[in-house]
Unconditional design. Sequence first.
Length: 255
Amino acid sequence: MQMIASNYAIASLLAYIWFKPDLTHISISHTPWWLIVILGITLPAIFLCLAKSLQTVGILKTEIAQRLSVVLSLLAAYFLFNEQFNQLKIIGVVLGVSAVLCILFSKKVTSNQTIGYQAVIPLLSVWIGYALVDILLKYTTSLGLQFAVTLNLMFICAFIISVVYLTFKKTQWTLKNLIGGLILGILNFANIALYVKAHMLLKDSPAVVFAGMNILVVVLGVVAGLLIFKEKLKGLTIVGLMFAVAGVMCLAMAM
């Protein structure tokens, strides 16, 4: 949690330095504080849910829950953001979800990764939480707010809420966790900033951003496993990679 808190301080600082927000035109009355606060709570909370799920059921089922949150995001794209799905988009989404399932289920499940009653809530929290973050970040781009200001306020709010939580827990801060937070903050800033920017550039195609990100994260994870950890390709993984490439191509051509 110390890493999570310090990561948002770094992310906020980077957002200010990188985007140079115009703070003179901030309208307190027109800023959707409810949205900033919800994101400020949800962002650090989802890290805690992820940690709890990893401890309870292991990495495989947690990763499945995390990546299949794209299903909820795609439903939101259709019902909340009124995106029209043409044939290519539908094919791309189906191929993408199939690819994620093939790649994830090709991994070996150890015997201690059984789902009991105590694991249901963390898994559901990961599944719903990641989709909620996706949807809220997309929603912020539809309000016509200054991107840099919104991003900065969101990170600051997440930092304050995390520090309040740690103060309540009477946590002793350590240098190791602060350094970890520095690294995490750089990655987190780049991830969220570019994700929101993608939604701004493809404002009429949220499904392309939702599906594209989740498909490519899993694909790049497989590539990293091959190149860095010398993992061997299994038949189901190869099928998944083929589905993923075809799915991304369909989504790209559908735009």
